[in-house]
Write a protein that binds this ligand. Structure first.
Ligand code: AP5
Ligand code: MG
Length: 384
């Protein structure tokens, strides 16, 4: 989920920027001001309770606001994310928002404050008064609203600054210029979200090629268990010596060894932007452990790409490649069997948690890359 809040004094341009942002990021719009105006129009109990306060430019009670939000969020559980306009406006509302989002297992990625001097805000609102029909667009009430903002709302920025999600954006300029600034701020934060991808697929499915292309495009680090083991062997470390002896004797390298290497790599800052896991996890146990390791590092697997290629096509590709590398048919069969043994349990595991994407692996490298990167883009949009 992508959740953004637009912050700023009355007249800063929050409502003006909102429609463009909703469209660009596919967000559901929540403006507590609009919700209150609708309640007042419909003369509901909430609307009646709020009217007098809105008319004089004060802040409506947190009790009323939380009820409005609760209803709206509950009615839209499928939203891609929310754009909050004019909320949170008090310290208490900031806590309320945290709680609401936490319940949906998500959080705020950005709180963007539009920086506009008071005089300009006043000018803009007086201009708007000619057509808005808003009871609070009079010079006197505008003054109260600006004062309320300064006293009660502006301090809330501290709450978000502490959490590193507050970004100030210059709110002067054309509407389009400001939109560019706001959206590049959001895009920047989206890029900072760690993205962890697991590549599944049979030998010859194109996993390696796709992993490299995705790693380049999204600046991710490939983490391949096979490469980690080879590195240890190359370095002649104690683990490397143990592993090469095991490999020579045809014994499987034990889980503990692989897991420890993977854990070290996750802990190092090699994968600041995230990893593409290749050849790991190979078993259900490893999948559980990987989830645990990432959780400990404050991260998670965001998306699992399963490159689907028929067995016949895999055999064809491997035997073509076999001509260059002298791959015997028996080796091909052994690799396919090993893959089939673990892949169904693994894909079921990821499917159950809604992270699995089956990708048609047939077609040119570019065609398949279009499919894999579409899924990663989607995962970025959903990542919190
Ligand atoms: P709300 O409706 O949220 O109003 P507000 O925060 O006072 O903000 P505005 O809607 O007036 O300004 P805006 O930033 O959206 O600017 P806009 O884009 O329209 O709240 C109203 C009342 O409800 C509050 O006073 C309070 O009583 C209550 N309330 C709401 N939420 C609450 C909460 N969470 N807790 C408690 N009480 C709550 O732009 C303004 C004008 O400028 C427009 O005419 C526009 O065309 C123009 N403009 C925009 N951008 C530019 C630009 N770049 N250049 C030139 N002109 C521009
Ligand atoms: Mg508004």
């Amino acid at each position: 989920m992508l959740n953004v809040a637009l912050f700023g004094p009355p007249g800063a341009g929050k409502g003006t920027q909102s429609p463009m942002l909703i469209e660009r990021y596919g967000l559901f719009y929540i403006s507590t001001g609009d919700l209150l105006r609708a309640e007042m129009r419909n003369q509901t109990a909430l609307g009646k309770a709020a009217k007098e306060i809105v008319a004089r430019g004060g802040l409506v009670s947190d009790e009323i606001i939380v009820q409005l939000l609760e209803n709206t969020i509950r009615e839209n559980p499928q939203a891609n994310g929310f754009l909050f306009d004019g909320f949170p406006r008090t310290w208490v509302q900031a806590y309320i928002l945290d709680g609401l989002l936490l319940r949906m297992h998500t959080s705020l990625i950005n709180l963007i404050s539009l920086e506009v001097p008071e005089e300009i805000c006043t000018e803009r609102m007086l201009g708007r008064a000619l057509t808005s029909g808003r009871i609070d667009d009079t010079r006197e009430v505008i003054e109260v609203r600006l004062r309320e903002y300064k006293e009660k709302t502006a301090p809330v920025l501290g709450f978000y600054a502490e959490r590193g999600v507050h970004q100030a954006v210059d709110g002067l300029g054309t509407v389009e210029e400001i939109f560019q600034r706001v959206s590049s701020t959001i895009d920047e934060s989206l890029r900072k979200v760690q993205m962890n991808v697991v590549m599944l697929g049979g030998p010859g499915s194109g996993r390696g090629t796709q992993a490299r292309l995705l790693a380049d495009k999204y600046n991710l680090t490939i983490l391949s268990a096979g490469d980690l083991l080879q590195e240890e062997i190359g370095r002649g470390s104690a683990v490397g010596q143990q592993v090469s002896a095991q490999m020579e004797n045809g014994v499987l390298v034990p889980d503990e060894v692989v897991i420890r290497l993977v854990e070290d790599r996750i802990r190092s800052n090699a994968g600041r932007n995230g990893f593409i896991f290749k050849g790991f996890p190979r078993t259900l146990v490893q999948a559980y452990i990987l989830d645990g390791l990432l959780r400990k590092a404050g991260s998670q697997i965001n998306c699992v790409l399963d490159l689907r290629v028929s067995t016949i096509e895999l055999v064809r590709r491997l035997s073509l490649r076999g001509r260059h590398y002298d791959l015997a048919t028996s080796t091909i069969i052994r690799r396919l069997q090993a893959y089939e043994q673990y892949e169904s349990a693994l894909s079921r595991y990821y499917e159950n948690s809604g992270r699995l994407h089956s990708i048609d692996g047939l077609g040119s490298t570019e065609e398949v890359f279009q499919r894999t990167s579409d899924k990663v883009d989607e995962a970025f949009r959903l990542a919190r």
